[in-house]
Design a protein around this ligand. Structure first.
Ligand code: ADP
Length: 532
């Protein structure tokens, strides 16, 4: 080997070392390409150089780096590359065309810049052509025989850099996609490390638990998911202590109730799936979390419904049976007044039964979508309120009724029987849930668009965390009173359906919201005055 060739080899090694340093220093791809191009040009004491890349995203060839090319010449390259056919997987086919065009340009510019010799260094990744490096020299320059071969090692390094950068971009894009899926998922998702510390915590889970992601990440699983009770045998901490997951074991399902940050309880169902590495060790645990609160409440409601309805049906039936049996006794002759009183009770209980059955039928009509309003002529809510108050006044001496309606309270076109049902429900609730007696105030008001009626009591009020259940079907709040008082939990559900069928709105507020020490609740509904 001649001394000059040894020199060249040493120089080549130095350049390659610099290039591999640039590759590992995680520089930007265009920086790495520029360094490689510089090395290639310097290596042959060249004048200029160019890197052309096949761009699989934009499906074209483009200049990715240039060196020593005056800007007016540089501007000609994109035009030059335009129209070169690009076919994914067959980029190689375009090479002769590009080569020919570049050579033509090199010859054309040699008048003011001697770039007549263009050395092509293809950048290959496997069989695929991912780009090419051109190094330009003056026509008079004599290359050593080994030069192209030695230069090719630079192009190989450039190919590695491009491939790495593309893989990196793909990984980043994939990660962004996964992050977006996780974040936007309607299910709660968290990722735990093998020590059960939280690494990822998505939006839906924040919503379910009340923990902001930033607060939960870094904490241990049990600091955030604090089980109040479990429906399954173990939780994830115990399962991991007992050796879960064994290879091939199914995901772990844990269900129970936790307390949210704001004190509310939520029922959660969590499926923990381990991610194992090649050696079978856990690297992550992915937990998929479902809010089962509504489902559990529905189940509870169904149970309550069955017990409440059977109780509500049984009570009047047994009273009727008892009174009828007493009246039929052959050994006693009942005076007329007693008979009248007993028959009165039977009639009242039969009415109760009819109301209950009507309510159940209305509920099932609503469910079946066959609920229709019977819009009678003008309905006067003031008269309905007066009649309702009169009726209930006779039944409950410990409650006083006050009516407060403006003069000229407008009439509306509405379903009279059903609005009466709404009023009955609201007033009978006001009585039931004000057990120690008090004033029940019925207030009317109106605007050009709406008539509004509210029923205010001085009763037990409605706890904030139960508010969302009030208008649900069969829902009765779990307090001693609702256990003692009769009711099916259908009244408000039906009232809401009736008001909404009139395009109206029904709502309630605890009186303490406007006046701190005032007990009780006010239910209000408003109905549009314009014909439905
Ligand atoms: P119910 O037949 O149980 O009265 P409703 O649908 O009319 O059914 O009411 C649902 C639940 O809402 C009741 O069980 C009760 O717990 C609560 N509730 C309704 N009205 C009032 C009120 N005025 N004050 C306090 N709680 C009420």
């Amino acid at each position: 080997m001649s001394t000059s060739l040894v020199d060249i080899r040493i120089r080549q090694r130095e350049y390659l070392l610099a290039i591999s340093r640039a590759l590992t220093a995680e520089l930007d791809l265009s920086d790495v390409l520029r360094i490689i191009l510089q090395a290639s040009v310097d290596f042959i004491a060249g004048r200029a150089g160019l890197v052309v890349l096949a761009d699989p995203i934009e499906k074209k060839f483009r200049v990715a780096a240039a060196l020593g090319i005056p800007s007016e010449t540089f501007r000609r390259f994109p035009v030059l590359l335009q129209g070169v056919p690009y076919e994914e997987g067959a980029e190689q086919d375009a090479l002769p065309q590009i080569d020919q065009r570049i050579h033509k340009l090199a010859e054309a510019v040699q008048i003011d810049l001697d770039l007549a010799q263009a050395i092509l260094l293809p950048m290959q990744s496997g069989d695929a052509l991912i780009g090419m490096i051109y190094v330009f020299q003056a026509e008079s320059y004599v290359f050593s025989r080994d030069a192209p071969q030695l230069l090719q090692s630079f192009a190989d390094q450039a190919a590695i850099a491009v491939r790495n950068a593309r893989l990196y971009e793909q990984v980043i894009a994939e990660k962004q996609r996964l992050d977006a899926i996780l974040e936007q998922s309607a299910d709660g998702v968290m990722i735990l490390d093998p020590q059960l510390n939280i690494k990822v915590f998505n939006q839906a889970l924040s919503h379910m638990t009340g923990w902001p992601a930033q607060g939960a990440i870094g904490l241990s699983h049990n600091e955030v998911v604090r089980w109040l009770s479990l429906r399954t045998e173990t939780d994830v901490v115990q399962a991991v202590q007992e050796g879960w997951p064994l290879p091939g074991s199914p995901p772990l399902y844990v269900e129970g109730e936790i307390r949210k940050c704001n004190g509310e309880k939520v029922s959660l169902g969590v499926t923990y799936a381990p991610v194992l590495n090649g050696r079978g060790r856990i690297t992550d645990i992915i937990a998929n979390v479902r809010d089962l609160t509504r489902y559990r409440e529905e189940q509870e409601l169904q149970k309550t419904f069955i017990s409440v309805v059977s109780h509500e049906l049984k009570t009047p039936v047994s009273i009727i049976k008892g009174y009828a049996g007493t009246m039929r006794r052959k050994d006693v002759t009942w005076p007329r007044e007693v008979m009248d009183e007993y028959l009165g009770v039977i009639e009242e209980e039969a009415d109760q039964l009819t109301d209950l059955i009507d309510n159940l039928l209305e509920a099932s009509r609503l469910q079946a979508g066959t609920f229709k309003l019977d819009l009678s002529d003008e309905v006067c809510l003031y008269s309905l309120a007066t009649n309702t108050a009169k009726k209930f006044m006779l039944q409950t001496p410990q409650h006083q009724f006050e009516l407060d309606f403006p003069e000229m309270y407008p009439e509306i076109v509405a379903d009279e029987r059903r609005l009466n049902q709404v009023l009955n429900n609201l007033v009978s609730n006001a009585i039931k849930y004000t057990p120690d007696g008090g004033t029940i105030r019925l207030t009317g008001s109106f605007t050009p668009e709406y008539v509004t009626l509210s029923v205010k009591d001085e009763g037990i009020g409605i706890p904030t965390h139960e508010r969302h259940r009030i208008f649900q079907k069969f829902s009765r709040l779990d307090n001693a009173l609702s256990r003692k008082t009769e009711g099916t939990g259908l009244g408000l559900f039906l009232s809401k359906a009736i008001v909404e069928a009139h395009n109206g709105r029904i709502w309630f507020a605890n009186n303490s919201e406007t006046n701190e020490n005032e007990p009780g609740t006010t239910f209000t509904f408003s109905i549009p005055r314009a014909a439905q």
